[in-house]
Design a binder for this molecule. Structure first.
Ligand SMILES: NC(=O)c1ccc[n+]([C@@H]2O[C@H](COP(=O)([O-])OP(=O)(O)OC[C@H]3O[C@@H](n4cnc5c(N)ncnc54)[C@H](O)[C@@H]3O)[C@@H](O)[C@H]2O)c1
Length: 360
């Protein structure tokens, strides 16, 4: 599917992945209207969301001559009438649902946020997609939505494959993401909505999420506080650089699952699911090592900073998992794409951004 001259709705557009996707779409498409919806909640520092929206405004100016348009709407995906109004007014052909309450640990203290945004919000998006076909309209040609590597819970078998059983989430966050996959499947079957779910694996990079380890560690080290490394450092994460994620999402958007009927004359659900990860898990202690080196070389921390005095190995936290490791063969097979950015380069970009954003 050609994304040029289409209307694309991106929810969570002020978020880390959403804003980077909007920036890329403004750069790479022409004649495109991109509608961004985000409630700008204060789960983390809103200044970072505003910074991302400023970056988008700068890019929009450059993209105007290609006929691209950017519309930002502040509101919640859980607000059914707002979502319906947006669909009625803009009639998006591609919908990328990235709005969600993210984070594993926060789902222990604030479960209601997850029910509201991830369950009710996603339901409203599905309903709006369903009714986009009313009166014989073309409607939504592809719904792409964020799932998460957290659906794999404490699965022992690695790398994690989308064919593995994922019926035992270990956090409410993971349960909502798995539920989204099930809901999307039901709507694909009932209303023939082509949908693709993407299980993201620990996305990081400049202007990323302050609730994630690399960002939180940096804030703490800078304040002279001690960082806690869970499971005594015996954790592995498949860190995926933001630019790779955006490339993956952009490729996936262009290839909706095909609509066809089965022998019973009813639709075979046009439904797909992929892992997007680096396929190369890194040990948490190695990751902290590289992070500290890059923080020093970007000038965020002084070269004589005593890292050993600011590190503490602690037990595993509830809801956390010891390893995430993506099997990405399906993504490679269907899109010829595999994330490429190595951790050092990615953390270097983060450290440089951090220096410019907070210290310059
Ligand atoms: N970053 C990762 O490592 C990662 C990993 C797995 C899955 N994901 C998923 O990818 C998606 C994007 O993640 P992100 O890292 O960009 O997170 P983010 O928190 O930076 O972005 C989410 C955005 O959605 C907005 N939002 C939240 N609830 C909303 C609502 N009800 N209505 C409208 N907007 C709302 C927030 O204000 C935020 O700007 C999320 O669905 C997340 O669960 C992310």
């Amino acid at each position: 599917m050609d994304l040029n001259h289409k209307t694309i709705l991106v929810t969570g557009a002020a978020g880390f992945i959403g804003a980077n996707l909007v920036l890329r779409l403004l750069k790479d498409t022409k004649g495109t209207t991109i509608v961004g919806l985000d409630n700008l909640n204060d789960y983390y520092d809103v200044a970072i969301k505003e910074f991302r929206l400023e970056q988008i405004a700068i890019e929009e100016k450059k993209a105007e001559e290609k006929g691209n348009r950017w519309v930002f709407i502040k509101g919640s995906i859980a607000d059914g009438s707002l979502v319906q109004d947006i669909f009625a007014k803009y009639q998006p052909r591609v919908v990328v649902n990235l709005a969600a309450q993210a984070g594993v640990r926060y789902s222990i203290s604030h479960p209601e946020e997850y029910m509201e945004s991830n369950m009710m919000g996603f339901y409203q998006i599905l309903e709006a997609c369903r009714h986009s076909y009313d009166d014989g309209k073309t409607g939504v040609e592809h719904l792409v939505y964020a799932s998460s590597s957290s659906v794999y819970g404490s699965n022992k078998k690695v790398p994690y494959s989308t064919k593995d059983q994922v019926d035992h989430p270990v956090s409410l966050y993971a349960a909502t993401k798995k539920s989204n996959e099930l809901m999307a499947h039901a709507y694909a079957k009932l209303y023939n909505i082509p949908s693709t779910g993407l299980r993201f694996f620990t996305v990081y990079g400049p202007a990323g999420r302050p609730d994630m380890a690399y960002f939180g560690f940096t804030n703490k080290l800078l304040k002279g506080e001690t960082i806690e490394i869970f499971n005594y450092g015996n954790c592995k994460r498949d860190f995926t650089y933001i630019d790779d994620i955006v490339t993956g999402v952009q490729l996936v958007m262009q290839k909706p699952p095909i609509r066809e009927n089965g022998e019973d004359g009813l639709p075979i659900p046009p439904y797909a699911l992929y892992n997007i990860g680096n396929n190369q898990p890194e040990n948490l202690l190695d990751f902290v090592d590289i992070l500290q080196q890059e923080l020093v070389s970007a000038g965020v921390l002084p070269s004589d900073f005593d890292f050993e005095a600011h590190k503490k190995l602690v037990p595993m936290q509830p809801g956390d998992v010891p390893v995430t490791y993506a099997d990405t063969t399906e993504l490679e097979r269907d899109f010829g794409f595999k994330p490429q950015t190595d951790l050092r380069r990615g953390l270097r970009e983060f450290a440089r951004w951090y220096k410019a954003f907070y210290q310059n």
